[in-house]
Design a protein around this ligand. Structure first.
Ligand code: AR6
Length: 215
């Protein structure tokens, strides 16, 4: 059974408070409860939201970059790259669709899972499976570390060009499938979406998923 709760921008009386009060604009948020577990959407900067683990949208060489990867390294500090250098020397990088773990340096988390999403071509290059696999890899790393709360950015929908309306349902389905497995330790997955356009795409996909499950 699902419980769908949403608090809209500027609403005077929300059904609930999703985050501890912070004196800055937390714009949009939404939460779906799934039998004691939850999927949350927030519009925010992922480096500012406290979690047990934060997923990053990295590249195969694990060398850092722009976008959310740049922000995570900037805030996390040099220890992240130092750990990635060791992983790169040992494993040669990280294949598309997979993820590697480091500690989180100065970020408000214990771990960062550096996931490599697919570069979108035409949708016929196994992009959907590779994208889902990124999320599943991070969730597997989370389970191995007894992580209860993990945040994700919208992997691949920035410079890697994955269309948002295609990527959002894939991301949500991968997470939903994981949360429905009873034996798993991850209890809450938060998509931290940087801009309103991205937030709205995930909101539409989550509402559609929830309604489909209700039927
Ligand atoms: N918090 C949350 N989301 C963010 C933040 C942030 N601080 N900053 C950007 N985003 P992208 P990709 C959003 O391009 O498409 C890097 O150079 C952004 O608005 O960061 O997977 C890597 O090194 C978008 O919605 O990742 C790779 O080379 C989403 O994060 C390459 O980019 C993903 O955009 C990966 O490309």
């Amino acid at each position: 059974m699902f419980l769908l709760l949403a608090k809209k921008k500027g609403s005077a009386s929300g059904t609930f408070s999703i985050c501890a009060p912070r004196f800055r604009a937390t714009l949009l948020n939404m939460r779906v409860d799934l039998n004691g577990k939850a999927i949350r959407l927030v519009q925010d900067d992922i480096t500012r939201v406290q979690m047990d683990a934060i997923a990053n949208a990295a590249n195969r060489a694990l060398v850092g970059g722009g976008g959310v990867d740049g922000a995570i390294h900037r805030v996390g500090g040099p220890s992240l790259m130092a750990e990635l250098n060791i992983i790169r020397a040992r494993e040669g990088g990280c294949p598309t669709g997979s993820a590697v773990a480091t500690t989180a340096g100065l970020l408000p988390a214990r771990y960062v899972f550096h996931a490599v999403g697919p570069i979108y071509r035409d949708g016929n290059a196994n992009e959907a499976e590779l994208l889902a696999s990124c999320y599943r890899s991070c969730l597997q790393l989370a389970e191995q570390r007894a992580v209860r709360r993990i945040s994700f950015p919208s992997i691949s929908t920035g410079v890697y060009g994955y269309p948002l309306d295609k990527a959002a349902p894939i991301a949500l389905q991968a997470v939903y499938g994981h949360l429905m497995e009873q034996q798993h330790t991850v209890e809450e997955v938060t998509f931290v979406l940087f801009d309103e356009r991205t937030y709205r795409a995930y909101e539409r996909a989550l509402q559609a998923k929830t309604l489909a499950e209700w039927r």
